[in-house]
Design a protein around this ligand. Structure first.
Ligand SMILES: [Zn+2]
Ligand SMILES: [Zn+2]
Length: 333
């Protein structure tokens, strides 16, 4: 098969992914082999390619928002039929035995595998995954619009849940990329008022189009005090900024897997029962619930397509904020 391989992490400006031939992946018992149609690009891919997430496998094929068609089933795989359209997400597998898995927090599993980091992902023509960790994709979404739902969508949904935002509540997003442009649609559906603090006029414009009541620079204070805020940008300096915008008892959720150091800040920003919490991965229940809600609303994801061989260009565009909405690789060309 054709694939984009990462042999060793490097800044994306040096185009570290090599497009070429790789052996076809072989499904293990209980796994499905998927012919990849589209693979969404996530900021986490940037952290894998640039090495903020330490390499776990070399070479590795990045990519964990995979939409494709089941091409082969190994013994023990019965959930899907050949030809079914499925999605492979970031959470590739868990041990299902550790204390976290047993208590319904498999997102915190002690022995997880992650698609496109610890095992090969979807910047390729073929990918494999355990059937239990694969999602059925609702019919209403085209392949390219389904891809960003699989991480940007699901993680954004978990962030919304953990923010505790309620109908009539005020919620801000810091950073307005793939995750926020989907989460704003869910938050609006739930009746929350949304504020977008983000770099760049294009991202601010998109936020307003999607129903935000205010959009400004990340360094500006939103005009109203907030019940909750979610930081999607990997910028630790936004933490004191966002805390300062919260009401008493407000919740700040950090949605990324990597963040630059958080500067020290005065205790009064946190006092009055404000809460800071991170979000790590997601459970399969989050994923199933989100995909159902996404089809109900329905979510419209805005995508920019790149051919598989141009994954380096897509990552460069993501890094320099040139993608509005979500970048998606077309793995069929
Ligand atoms: Zn576990
Ligand atoms: Zn992701």
């Amino acid at each position: 098969m054709k694939a984009c391989l990462l042999h060793s992490p490097a800044p994306v400006e040096r185009n570290p992914l090599e497009f070429g031939d790789a052996p076809d992946p072989q499904p293990a018992p209980g796994e499905v082999l998927v012919r990849v149609k589209m693979c969404g690009i996530c900021r986490t891919d940037l952290h894998v390619v640039e090495g903020e997430l330490p390499p776990k496998k070399s070479p590795v094929i990045p990519g964990h928002q995979i939409v494709g068609v089941v091409e082969k089933l190994r013994e023990g795989a019965h959930r899907f039929k050949i030809g079914d359209r499925v999605g492979i997400p970031w959470l590739h597998s868990t041990d299902q035995t550790c204390e976290f898995c047993r208590s319904g927090a498999e997102n915190l599993c002690d022995h997880p595998t992650f698609t496109g980091w610890t095992v090969d992902g979807g910047y390729a023509e073929l990918a494999v995954a355990p059937e239990d960790f694969v999602y059925a994709i609702p019919n209403s979404f085209a392949d390219q619009h389904a891809a960003p739902l699989l991480c940007a969508g699901i993680i954004g949904f978990r962030c919304l849940r953990l923010s505790g935002i309620k109908r009539g509540g005020r919620l801000a997003f810091y950073g307005f990329g793939a995750a926020a442009h989907i989460a704003v649609q869910v938050a609006r559906h739930w009746g929350a008022e949304v504020y977008a603090a983000t770099r760049g006029a294009k991202h601010q414009q998109l936020a307003l189009q999607l129903g935000a009541v205010w959009a400004g620079e990340a360094t500006e204070a939103p005009p109203d005090k907030l019940d909750a805020a979610i930081i999607f940008a990997p910028a630790g300096e936004l933490v004191p900024q966002a805390l300062g915008a919260l009401k008493k008892g407000g919740v700040l959720v950090l949605g990324g897997i990597h963040m630059s150091p958080i500067p020290s800040f005065d205790y009064h920003l946190l006092y009055q029962e404000r809460v800071i919490r991170s979000v790590a991965n997601n459970t399969r229940i989050d994923g199933e619930d989100f995909l159902r809600v996404a089809a109900e609303i329905p979510i419209h994801s805005q995508t920019t397509l790149y051919p598989l061989r141009e994954a380096n260009r897509a990552l460069n565009d993501l890094k320099s904020d040139r993608v509005n909405g979500a970048a998606v690789l077309d793995c069929t060309r």
